[in-house]
Design a protein around this ligand. Structure first.
Ligand code: SAH
Length: 253
C-alpha cells in the first residue's frame, strides 16, 4: 500500500507482521475503511520476512535455554523496526505483548494525537528480549489473555484510534459522551420501538426535558460504573471529590 500524500498529512500506521495480508482486514470496512479511503489515515503492513538475512527467510529460532516453540530474532526485527522508525520519525513505537501496559482509552487518545505509530506484532513465543532493551519500545497488552499473535491487538488499537481522528465520527459529541471519556462507563441507550416484549423506554427519556435527561444519564453512568468497575469508580471519585455529592456516595461505600 502506498504511503499517504504528505509526510504528516494523516495518521500514519506502520505494522510489522509476518501476516501482512491480515491488514487492513476489518479496518477496510465501515468507519475506518471510509476514513482510509479518504486519506484520514494510512496503513502500511510490512512483512518482517523481507528483513530476513538468509535464503530460507527465517525470522525465528529455538529459545536459548531450551523449551517449546520459537523466538523471533532480534537482528531481523531490529532491521524492520529501524526502517519503520526512520520512515515515521517521532511516532510511537509499540510491541504488543501480554506483559505490556493494558490498552485503554487514555493510550488510544494519546496515540490519536501523536499522528501515527509503528507497531510490532509478535508470533510464536514472542521476541528476543534484547530487542526490547535496545530500542525505545513501549509494550502494550490487549488484555490478560494470550493471543496467537499481535495482529488482532494492532487492529483493535487502530480501530479505537481511527474513530477519534477529526472528521471520522459523525457527531463530535459521540466521542465526548461515550464510555471512558469522562472516566465513566456509558449510560444505557434505547431506541424505537417504544415498547418491546413488554418493556418500555424509561419515561424520563421521552420527557423532552434535556437537563433532567442529562442528570438521569449521568446518574445511570455513575451507578453502572460503581457496580461494574470499582477501579474506574475509585479513580473517578478521586479525580472529582467536589462533584461527588449527588447521592451516589451511600450506594457503594
Ligand atoms: N509466550 C508469550 C506469549 C506469546 S503469544 C507469553 O507467555 O507472554 C505470541 C504473540 O502474540 C506475542 O509475541 C504478542 O505479540 C502477541 N500477544 C499475545 N497475547 C497478547 C496480548 N494479550 N496483548 C497483546 N499482544 C499479545
Amino acid at each position: 500500500m502506498p504511503d499517504a500524500a504528505g509526510p504528516n498529512a494523516c495518521w500514519q500506521a506502520r505494522v510489522l507482521t509476518l501476516y501482512p495480508a491480515m491488514f487492513p482486514g476489518p479496518l477496510g470496512q465501515s468507519l475506518a475503511g471510509r476514513a482510509l479511503e479518504r486519506g484520514v489515515w494510512a496503513l502500511q503492513a510490512v512483512d518482517i520476512r523481507d528483513y530476513a538475512r538468509d535464503k530460507h527467510r527465517s525470522v525465528d529460532d529455538t529459545p536459548a535455554g531450551g523449551g517449546p516453540g520459537m523466538v523471533m530474532r532480534a537482528d531481523v526485527l531490529a532491521a524492520a523496526v529501524d526502517d519503520a522508525v526512520a520512515a515515521l520519525p517521532g511516532k510511537a513505537l509499540i510491541y504488543f505483548s501480554p506483559r505490556g501496559r493494558r490498552m485503554d482509552q487514555g493510550l488510544v487518545r494519546q496515540l490519536a494525537d501523536a499522528g501515527g505509530a509503528v507497531m510490532l506484532c509478535g508470533r510464536f513465543e514472542g521476541v528476543d528480549e534484547r530487542l526490547l532493551e535496545a530500542r525505545p519500545i513501549e509494550q502494550v497488552s490487549l488484555g490478560d489473555f494470550v493471543l496467537s499473535g499481535g495482529e488482532i491487538a494492532a487492529l483493535a488499537l487502530m480501530d479505537a484510534v481511527v474513530r477519534l481522528l477529526p472528521g471520522v465520527m459523525g457527531e463530535a459529541e459521540s466521542a465526548i459522551e461515550e464510555s471512558f471519556s469522562a472516566g465513566l462507563l456509558e449510560y444505557p441507550q434505547y431506541t424505537r420501538p417504544m415498547e418491546w416484549e413488554g418493556r418500555s423506554i424509561p419515561e424520563i427519556l421521552l420527557s423532552g426535558h434535556h437537563a433532567r435527561i442529562a442528570d438521569w444519564r449521568r446518574a445511570m453512568a455513575e451507578t453502572i460504573t460503581a457496580e461494574r468497575r470499582p477501579d474506574l469508580w475509585d479513580a473517578y471519585r478521586r479525580a472529582r471529590p467536589s462533584q461527588d455529592r449527588r447521592g451516589r456516595r451511600g450506594k457503594t461505600d
